[in-house]
Design a binder for this molecule. Structure first.
Ligand code: GLA
Length: 391
């Protein structure tokens, strides 16, 4: 759907043209999975798919939500606070509006139409995208000047407190602070970050959506969060650290007996080794050593599969194929797991061949097809310039 079509929809729903159009991307995480809530480093980047918001102020003191992706609409009277209602999509933007009004900022009524081309619940951060999008839009509309980092923190709070998932800061940070053709190396403890050029020459970044719905993902995610907390608690009996990622591999080896629980031991092993891999991946990228970077992606997947146990038959089948495909040098699941998407580095001129072969392989093993597309690394949230869409 292009912006003209979105504007038409807005006009037919609200009887006027939108005053502003905002866009917020989704993200992929190149490496550093299930690390953000353990205080380590991650390497996400914003992608070109995302969510649009067409919006105008209204004088009816109403927040009117509608979407081109979901049939449910909602109207809320302006209030001092809002709470979650059911499981509907509009809870995400409503949660962000709640954050903003709770800060004491005054807003007017709004007519809002959302549209997204990110597959929902596929690990590409459709929820972070709509949260940061809404926060950015309100910041612009009401002159609040909320910096990107702050928007990310507010989005995280929405996930944790309003929606009820203990997720970390990575997704919201990536979609707020993305930078074209750059990966973001983010320290999730200090929020210090660095852009690293993602120069992949003859290769492209492919996204393979397993089309496996991430059922139970939220509860399993919260379970991993708790397991990490318990492993840390055991290690803290002898090591003075704040996060699992403050521990290096050697120190872990020397103290892992303290955990005394097979499952927690595996979880900690993933987190600590994955955090180490992010450092190696950074060095590889800076040295333009894509082959090493790719190997680290495969190693990351293996660790998520065996030790963190968040992969699954579908994602494993994708990565298994990638390992046998000569012109793919690295692949892994991305995001929370339990279904969703994998990413792969594939030779540009082999992409068509790769797509058709992985389609056939996956369909034969799993019984339905994946979606395969090439992704660009884009910028974070922003406003579309009016002259670009005004007739
Ligand atoms: C989800 C969460 C993130 C992060 C990833 C796993 O995307 O929202 O905070 O924990 O899973 O790396």
């Amino acid at each position: 759907m292009n912006t003209d079509a979105m504007i038409k929809e807005f006009s037919s729903q609200f009887g006027k043209t939108p005053d502003h159009i905002f866009f917020c991307p989704g993200r992929v995480n190149l490496i550093g999975e299930h690390i953000d809530y353990n205080g380590g480093k991650v390497m996400p980047c914003a992608i070109s798919l995302g969510t649009w918001l067409l919006v105008s102020k209204n004088n009816n003191k109403l927040l009117r939500f509608s979407s081109l992706n979901f049939p449910e609409k909602a109207d809320f009277h302006l209030q001092d606070s809002y709470s979650k209602t059911g499981k509907d999509w509009f809870n995400y933007p409503l949660g962000m509006i709640n954050e903003i009004v709770q800060e004491g900022d005054h807003i007017s009524g709004l007519d809002m139409l959302f549209y997204g081309n990110l597959p929902i619940g596929a690990g590409l951060s459709s929820s972070a995208s709509i949260e940061v999008l809404t926060g950015f839009a309100l910041s612009k509309l009401f002159g609040l000047n909320i910096p990107g980092k702050e928007l990310a923190l507010m989005g995280k709070k929405v996930e944790n407190k309003f929606i009820g998932v203990n997720s970390g800061i990575m997704d919201q940070f990536a979609v707020a602070m993305g930078n074209k053709n750059n990966a973001i190396l983010l320290d999730c403890d200090t929020l210090d970050y660095e852009y690293i050029p993602f120069e992949i020459g003859d290769y492209i970044l492919a996204i393979i959506n397993s089309n496996k719905q991430r059922t139970l993902a939220d509860s399993k995610y919260n379970e991993r969060f708790t397991e990490c907390g318990n492993a840390l608690k055991a290690l803290k009996k002898e090591i003075d650290v704040t996060h699992l990622c403050d521990i290096d591999l050697k120190t872990f080896e020397d103290h892992r007996h303290l955990i005394n629980d097979l499952v927690l031991d595996k979880r900690a092993l993933h987190v600590i080794s994955e955090n180490f891999r992010v450092g190696e991946a950074k060095d590889a990228l800076k040295a333009n050593d894509l082959a090493t970077f790719g190997k680290l992606m495969f190693a990351s997947h293996q660790s998520l599969k065996d030790w963190y146990e968040v992969s699954g038959k579908e994602l494993d089948t994708i990565v298994e194929f990638c390992k046998t495909y000569e012109d793919c040098i690295g692949a892994r699941m991305t995001g929370a797991g339990f279904g969703g998407c994998a990413i792969a580095l594939v030779k540009k001129n082999k992409f068509e061949d790769f797509s058709s072969k992985i389609n056939a392989y996956y369909e034969e093993k799993i019984g339905y097809k994946p979606d395969v597309f090439a992704s660009e690394i884009g910028d974070g949230v922003g406003e579309l310039k009016k002259e670009l869409y005004d007739q």
